[in-house]
Ligand binder design. Structure first.
Ligand code: C2E
Ligand code: MG
Ligand code: MG
Length: 687
């Protein structure tokens, strides 16, 4: 015993005081003494003893009244069961009864037998310690049960009567609990009713316990998820078990699960779930082709920096909303990264891929008001196709993202790049190409090929488009789709563009010397076009080579022209005044409005290959082309169809009154030497 236990002796008889205190002290107890009840109560309040020894006969308040007072004061306190032994006269049975009634723990008769007293005291102290330990354990258990939302129940097999622990209704936050097995089953959620019944039945039949988790309507507003576990009593008469309210736990788990799979800001699936959903769909609908499009918001980090993260969040939320608005049926959509989303859709939703893709996504690029500022939200996109590009979601998404990255940073170009067009842009390839391309011009690695154009009305080639190529020392000849974006990012495109013009003019001068009166098309990049002195530069170049400006046709795209329409108009008017021909390239893929045609001075309309592709199969397509040729005719423009590959296409285009065609059917781009033999004057000479 670490601390000596304290005993309070309450007696007005000095002899008894003396004897009992001496005897108990000898046994190691600390003694306090009081002559009367009030003094004793004062002691007890100041320093609670471990045990009290009190005489029945006290001056003033007697021993019974004293015990009553103590028990009253102690009710609800931690020391509520301090053992009190009462000293009575021998054979005073009524006093003994009364003492127990008011709360005495034990009695000792006078004259006091000291040895007996010491034993009684020891016993009473040990019993008190046990009782206290038990009470503490009960409190702990009740607390634990409350915290774990755990309680108890028992079911009488024979009657079906169901009993719950006292605090069960409180714990489950309901007014009353079902008092029979049938009543409980009745209140189970539809899906769980049968399971619960089966669990009880098999417990009864097999003498086993139950272990089920069911939703039960214990209150009107929401179901409670209860876990019921039990054992069967040895006589098989009862199921005795515990219940736990796991509603909050399951809700928390559901939320955690939700957040692991869904993005909190937009409520869209995250990458892992997108992957899974897409894989499932692909495999469910075996053979059905899919497009996977990865879309990146342009300049989100700039919005974050300039207007704050909340503004950035707002842009993301609005963008996600717009994505949902353009979502085709059966599509899968998700947020892959902070500024990157993915949509996977069955391919028929996006037929005629390139044009349709551009048009489908176009509504995403609009301005919105954030933090009082009008922010124009633009995007870049990349797409891959199942089964052509890959057969699993992970790779399809990676490919589409790759294509999106290639597309990012381009300006005045289509907003969507297809994975097939990104070629060798692998992760390391980009870097090395990026370094290599800075040296390409100085090392003479660029060269031009020419693709000849032919009037549909008959006659020989009367035009050629100059197309840039890069002869990479390691990768071989690289087409422009792969390196022009790099040149644009590096700001080298203008310089390279100057070289193209110079080289094309040099070649044109040579061909003109042999009398081939053809028109040379040269592609102008956005950055070149945006420089204010374009007309002066081209004029100087043409003059240097003695080129008649009417034989040089500058190709720009609609989106380039519409980027800053007023400036474009000024530049185009200057070029026209200087005598150059002007062509709209890839017509139909950009803004797809006819505004550019009406607004800008133009000579030629080059209808994009994507329209030509479907011309033989799709009557709607033919109507679109027909409307283009009619309009062009009305405006006095020449029409050239790009990318003609088959005779059937050519026949249709002829019928649709296209003026001229360009495409693999009649000529594949080739270096100047290889073209020379096909040009008119040379052909005549050969004849
Ligand atoms: P573009 O100006 O529309 O050029 C036509 C593209 O279509 C060329 O691709 C040509 O090879 C391709 N093509 C022609 N006929 C067919 C056909 O029957 N089938 C198919 N599948 N394709 C055909 P290329 O040479 O790869 O050029 C791609 C784009 O790169 C050009 O599109 C143009 O926008 C750009 N580009 C090419 N050279 C230059 C240049 O010198 N400067 C600038 N700024 N851009 C250039
Ligand atoms: Mg072109
Ligand atoms: Mg084109």
């Amino acid at each position: 015993m670490s601390r000596s236990q304290t005993i309070l002796i309450v007696d007005d008889d000095p002899t008894i005081q003396l004897m009992t205190s001496a005897g108990l002290r000898k046994n190691g107890y600390t003694i306090r003494q009081a002559d009367n009840a009030d003094e004793a109560l004062a002691w007890m309040r100041a320093d609670a003893p471990d045990l009290v020894l009190a005489s029945v006969n006290l001056p003033g308040r007697d021993g019974f009244a004293f015990i009553e007072a103590v028990r009253l004061e102690q009710a609800g306190s931690a020391n509520r069961d301090t053992p009190i032994l009462i000293l009575t006269a021998l054979d005073d049975t009524p006093s003994i009864h009364r003492a127990f009634t008011v709360g005495a723990t034990d009695f000792i008769t006078k004259p006091v037998n000291l040895a007996l007293l010491v034993e009684r005291v020891k016993y009473a102290l040990a019993a008190a310690a046990r009782a206290k330990a038990l009470a503490d354990a009960q409190i702990e258990q009740a607390t634990a049960c409350r915290m774990a939302r755990l309680g108890f129940w028992r079911l009488d097999h024979a009657s079906g009567g169901l009993q719950w622990s006292a605090e069960a209704a409180d714990l489950l936050d309901c007014d009353a609990l079902p008092d029979s097995r049938e009543a409980l089953i009745e209140r189970a959620a539809d899906n769980d009713r049968y399971r619960l019944e089966a669990a009880f039945d098999s417990a009864i039949a097999g003498g086993r316990g139950v272990d089920v988790e069911v939703s039960v309507w214990l209150r009107d507003d929401r179901p409670t998820i209860l876990r019921l576990q039990s054992e069967t009593t040895a006589d098989h008469a009862w199921l005795i078990g515990a219940f736990q309210d796991v509603t909050a736990l399951r809700a928390f788990e559901d939320r955690a699960q939700y957040l692991a799979e869904y993005d909190e800001l937009t409520d869209l699936p995250r990458r892992r779930l997108v992957n899974r959903l897409l894989d499932d769909r692909i495999h469910q609908q075996g053979g059905q082709p899919w497009s996977v499009t990865v879309i990146g918001i342009a300049g989100l980090s700039r919005v974050n920096t300039l207007l704050g993260m909340r503004a950035g969040d707002q842009v993301v939320v609005t963008f996600a909303q717009r994505l949902k608005e353009i979502l085709p049926a059966n599509a899968v959509v998700g947020r892959l990264e902070a500024d990157t989303f993915a949509i996977a859709a069955p391919l028929e939703a996006v037929d005629r891929p390139h044009v349709a893709h551009e048009q489908w996504l176009a509504p995403l690029a609009r301005s919105l008001l954030v933090a009082g500022e009008e922010v124009f939200v633009d995007f870049s996109a990349g797409a891959s196709f199942y089964p052509d590009d890959a057969s699993d979601a992970d790779t399809l998404i990676a490919h589409a993202q790759r294509a999106q990255q290639v597309n990012r940073g381009r300006r005045g170009q289509p907003r969507v790049t297809f994975y097939q067009d990104t070629g060798a842009f692998d992760e390391s390839g980009v870097l090395s190409l990026e370094n290599d391309i800075r040296k390409a011009l100085g090392r003479g690695q660029f060269f031009l090929v020419y693709q000849l154009q032919q009037p549909l009305g008959g006659g020989s080639f009367d035009g050629a488009e100059a197309l840039l190529r890069w002869r990479h020392p390691v990768h071989g000849v690289i087409p422009p789709a792969r390196f022009i974006p790099l040149l644009e990012e590096n700001g080298l495109i203008a310089e390279v563009g100057e070289w193209v013009l110079d080289e094309a003019c040099r070649q044109l001068a040579i061909w003109h010397e042999t009398d081939a009166k053809l028109v040379m098309g040269v592609n102008i990049s956005a950055q070149q076009f945006e420089r204010g002195d374009l007309a002066e530069r081209i004029t100087r170049t043409a003059r240097r080579h003695g080129i008649d400006p009417h034989t040089l046709e500058l190709e720009i795209t609609e989106s380039m022209a519409m980027h800053d329409p007023d400036a474009s108009q000024r530049t185009l008017e200057k070029l026209q005044a200087a005598g150059f021909r002007l062509a709209i390239d890839d017509f139909g893929t950009g803004h797809s409005s006819y505004e550019s045609l009406l607004r800008f001075p133009m000579d030629t309309l080059k209808i994009d290959r994507s329209f030509i592709e479907a011309v033989a199969d799709d009557p709607r397509n033919r109507s679109v082309i027909r409307s283009m040729t009619l309009l062009a005719d009305g405006l006095g423009l020449k029409t050239i169809a790009e990318g003609v590959e088959t005779q059937r296409q050519r026949d249709y285009l002829n019928a649709l009154e296209i003026d001229a065609i360009q495409g693999f059917l009649i000529h594949r781009p080739a270096e100047a030497d290889a073209c020379a033999g096909l040009l008119p004057s040379a052909a005549i000479e050969e004849d």
